[in-house]
Design a protein around this ligand. Structure first.
Ligand SMILES: CC(C)(COP(=O)(O)OP(=O)(O)OC[C@H]1O[C@@H](n2cnc3c(N)ncnc32)[C@H](O)[C@@H]1O)[C@@H](O)C(=O)NCCC(=O)NCCS
Ligand SMILES: Nc1ncnc2c1ncn2[C@@H]1O[C@H](COP(=O)(O)OP(=O)(O)OP(=O)(O)O)[C@@H](O)[C@H]1O
Length: 200
């Protein structure tokens, strides 16, 4: 099974492009969605988060807005949170890969926001970054409910700059275009990867 790592900064279009890969037949997994599942009632992260940040757990689930308020802008708190969450996300990712392999998928695309920050590119046959102009990114993110300029800036600070990600990736998908144009680029990149890595 070919492993493709998809990344990009906040609001650049990772989830949207991941869905396009799914439409083209790839098995797909999204790290942010895995985090959100871990925070739901009964989720594996809840007891650990409750111990570290008791005020952010309500009715047995992590309140993400409260957690964001508590940790963003506080480097130590972010480190503590990541130390809890990342190993659990890793387990979820491995379970996905095993299931996709078992199901006979030709390729798996994994949406990993911190792929280059955590030097994970070695686990993938190919890496892709989604990228759009900074003003497009900012407008998209600020249009989301519960988002503020401060929260956007605090998250951006935790991420490698877009220009650096573009240099590291094997493929760049432009998401500052129409959805159809972006879909065309996804189609082309996927065909190229399948051609390069499918064993004869
Ligand atoms: C900070 C939290 C509470 C904000 O939750 P919220 O629902 O408001 O936003 P969401 O999860 O959709 O994330 C918004 C954007 O921030 C990015 N982001 C989130 N955490 C981080 C981080 N630690 N470093 C860099 N970027 C991050 C996401 O990839 C996404 O682009 C939440 O993202 C979280 O618990 N993060 C820690 C876990 C983590 O490291 N996730 C990143 C990928 S595994
Ligand atoms: N050409 C395009 N490609 C991708 N997304 C686009 C495009 N045009 C408009 N959009 C919109 O931009 C938004 C991108 O959001 P999306 O959730 O996919 O980004 P993300 O990188 O996954 O965000 P986050 O980092 O917060 O998880 C969506 O609302 C999408 O519809």
């Amino acid at each position: 099974m070919i492993r493709i790592g998809l990344t990009g900064s906040i609001g650049m279009g990772k989830s949207t492009v991941l869905d396009m890969f799914a439409d083209f037949g790839a098995a797909t997994w999204n790290a942010d969605d895995a985090v959100h599942r871990l925070y739901e009632k009964g989720g594996a992260a809840v007891p650990f988060i409750e111990k570290a940040f008791p005020e952010v757990v309500k009715d047995g689930a992590v309140d993400r807005a409260e957690l964001a308020k508590r940790v963003l802008g506080d480097a130590e708190a972010v480190k503590k949170l990541e130390a809890i969450v990342h190993p659990l996300v890793g387990e979820d990712r491995e379970a996905f890969l095993n299931a996709a392999e078992k199901a006979g998928a030709d390729a798996a695309v994994l949406d990993i926001p911190l792929l280059f920050e955590n030097a994970s590119e070695k686990f993938f046959d190919a890496t892709i970054v989604v990228s759009a102009p900074a003003d497009v990114q900012k407008n998209r993110v600020l249009a989301r409910p519960g988002m503020s300029e401060e929260k956007f800036e605090a998250i951006l600070k935790l991420q490698m700059p877009d220009a650096e990600k573009r240099q590291k990736a094997d493929y760049i998908i432009d998401t500052g275009l129409t959805l159809d144009e972006t879909r065309g680029q996804v189609d082309a990149a996927y065909a190229d990867i399948l051609r390069k890595f499918t064993k004869a």
